[in-house]
Design a protein around this ligand. Sequence first.
Ligand code: MN
Length: 260
Amino acid sequence: MSGTLSFQGFDFHCHIDLHRDPAALIGACERDQILTLAVTTTPKAWPQNRRWTAKSAYIHAAVGLHPELVGERYSEVELLEKYIGECGFIGEIGLDGSPRYRKTRAAQRDVFERALKRAQTLGSRVLSIHSRRAADDVVELLAQHTTPERVLPILHWYSGSAACALRAIERGCYFSINRRMLEHKAGTALVRRLPLGRLLTETDAPFTTQGNQPAIASETRSTTNALAQILAMDSSELLEILCQNAEHVLRHGGLGNVAQ
Ligand code: MN
């Protein structure tokens, strides 16, 4: 890869602000050279995350409004739209079709559509998208409101159908893969179908971290190794591909000079 930054791993969906010690985690990402997208679950959390990560070459804060929180945080939708104007990275946003959140479905859809429209209008935006039990609707709304030239969607922890994954690929979606996804057949079958050029890795930490350590570096490493094994590739070869994919995504979000 080009540039002076070197990457040992990629975490395109991490909740740094939900860790017990965000500063320690940020230090660990820097030390271990893990490129990290620090997603947020409410717009109000974004300014703090931006301050924490402002000096970091490895960690970038994204502004989001998590679909599971839309019921109690709907009033922050205008703040979300405002901050999307200040940030190339948006997440965590999306839809959740689980029974528990079904009653907020209309509000979730409204928030997601408004974020998509705003991102499309501005262009050069990257989205980290939650689509649990709602992948078909997510991909349909992406097709309705965005174009791949302006908005680059990353489907985080994708668990929809293979048919929907194919439509998502046609729409320009990337997929961030975590270790948990590779522990069952559906996940391994999925990653074999995805183009190498659309693969990214993530932790969704702290939700996937075992024990009480912020095991970001070791987790991204084990995910990359497990992915390489499933794809019958060398880990170093896969890491190089992930580097190229990550650089493309960062450039799309306006961080073209990170590796200068
Ligand atoms: Mn998440």
